[in-house]
Design a protein. Structure first.
Length: 469
């Protein structure tokens, strides 16, 4: 692995040559040391993944020391087609070589029209036929802010409903809707007016019962909040949720729960905002996660994968909500043309190659490996997720169990497994409560052989982390 030069095409390297499963050591490079000295204390990923990346293709990245890694972080789910997909790169190159405009605010271009067409082709037609789209600033959190403005303007109401474990971004309104207390603990004046609701976290049911009974209790509570004139909760401008929570610990909703939430919000005339910034575009085994439940949202927030590796964020919503005035939401970089051509190419490939079905099959394969490993290691408390958005909640089997008999989360073990994976050439992330959930977000193009390789590395890493305790 260390002998390969920079001119060797990645495609020419065998899996064994790319990943010798060596016990890597990570001495800081001069650039990493400079990053630590000048970059904000808020930086996050380099603390856990101390790599200086040099080269990338497909599901692999190479660091400045010449070491190869399988990337199961993939830009926090942004890289649906992996790194430097040739068709995406060619589309951007054609734009640059053709002297096309690169920055257009919200003026129309061929690239923009193509992007809209591809996105609407990927959406369920029951939603797309009556939809409008708002292009936002480059980050998903800006699209969340736009969605909040949209529903507040349309309803004339201001409060919002969100869920425990939610993550919708780091700007003012989005932070007010976040479940995680850490990033907002010292910030006063968060203006969202959020009412937080229980999320159907089956493994750690907030009502201590779990299963369908836990779902029914939670749904009854939500409906009561919206219908009881003595609930003390004003009717909200909207309800926002992730059909599959990401940063909250890869916590899925059931199809029945999501259908019931849709019924409840429709009856109360509360717009339902679905945040599919991370779980959209084929990742869960459907083009969009809400399709598992067969529902139609009022508002859909998208970012990450839709830009084909470039910054892009949009809100798609029912035309009945389109009552805000010109300029109600804007953004200098809403006309990022490279993102539009990269995004439309990515969306077309996902649609034509049915990468949603491939993600479902590969996710099932990886889940099988993880559940097989779970039989030997009780430290793998829960394996969950959908498609290629999977999580493993690490626990301390010797700790005090909760009301459901679940052992406590073990964030230290999750971090140890992450380090062991990195030393063996696998990049994964941790998240969830107490940072105890190991997360898998590989590109949707990952093959069965590569899934098996990921599982092998993970198994060896779990064994090493457990044995070192």
């Amino acid at each position: 692995m260390h002998s390969h030069t920079n001119v060797t095409p990645i495609s020419d390297l065998s899996p064994d040559a790319m990943l010798a499963h060596a016990d890597y050591r990570f001495a800081p490079t001069p650039r990493l040391e400079r990053q630590a000295s000048v970059e904000s204390n808020a930086r996050s990923y380099p603390r856990r993944i101390p790599l200086e990346l040099k080269r990338a293709q497909g599901i692999h990245v190479q660091d400045s020391e010449g070491r190869w890694f399988i990337d199961c972080l993939a830009g926090a789910g942004t890289l649906a087609l992996g790194h430097n997909h040739p068709q995406v790169v060619q589309a951007m190159r054609n734009t640059l070589d053709g002297q096309r405009p690169l920055h257009t605010l919200d003026l129309m271009t061929e690239a923009k029209d193509d992007f809209i067409s591809e996105l609407f082709a990927l959406l369920p037609q029951d939603f797309a036929k009556d939809a409008r789209i708002q292009f936002c600033g480059p980050a998903g959190t800006d699209a969340v802010e736009a969605a909040l403005k949209l529903v507040r303007t349309a309803t004339g109401r201001s409060n919002l409903m969100a869920f425990h474990g939610a993550y919708h971004g780091m700007t003012q309104g989005a932070l007010g809707l976040m479940g995680n207390l850490g990033p907002k603990a010292y910030l006063g004046g968060l203006a969202s007016g959020a009412q937080f609701l229980p999320f159907p976290y089956d493994y750690r049911c907030p009502f201590g019962v779990g299963g369908e009974q836990g779902e029914r209790i939670g749904l009854h509570y939500i409906e009561t909040q919206l219908t009881d004139p003595e609930s003390g909760v004003l009717l909200p401008a909207g309800m926002i949720l992730e059909p599959l929570q990401g940063e909250g610990g890869v916590v899925p909703t059931s199809a029945n729960w999501l259908r019931e939430v849709r019924r409840i919000t429709q009856a109360a005339k509360v717009p339902l905002i679905l945040d599919e910034i991370q779980c959209g575009v084929g990742r869960t085994g459907k083009n969009f996660a809400f399709e598992h439940a067969g529902i139609t949202p009022d508002v859909l927030v998208l970012s990450k994968a839709i830009g084909g590796s470039q910054p892009m964020a949009v809100v798609v919503y029912h035309k009945s909500l389109d009552v805000w005035k010109p300029g109600s939401h804007a953004g200098t970089f809403r006309g990022n043309q490279l993102a539009m051509v990269a995004g439309s190419t990515t969306l077309r490939i996902v649609r034509e190659q049915r990468l949603d079905l491939h993600a479902a099959a590969m996710g099932e394969r990886l889940t099988g490996h993880l559940r097989g490993l779970q039989k030997d290691y009780p430290q793998l408390g829960d394996v969950r997720g959908m498609g290629l958005m999977l999580g493993v909640e690490m626990v301390n089997p010797d700790g005090r169990a909760d009301a459901l008999g679940r052992p406590p989360q073990d964030g230290a073990l999750a971090s140890a497994v992450q380090r062991q994976c990195l030393q063996r050439g696998l990049i994964i992330e941790v998240g969830g409560r107490h940072s105890s959930v190991i997360r898998f977000l590989p590109p949707l193009i990952i093959t069965a052989a590569q899934i098996d390789q990921v599982a092998d590395i993970f198994a060896a890493s779990v064994a090493a982390a457990v044995n070192l305790r």
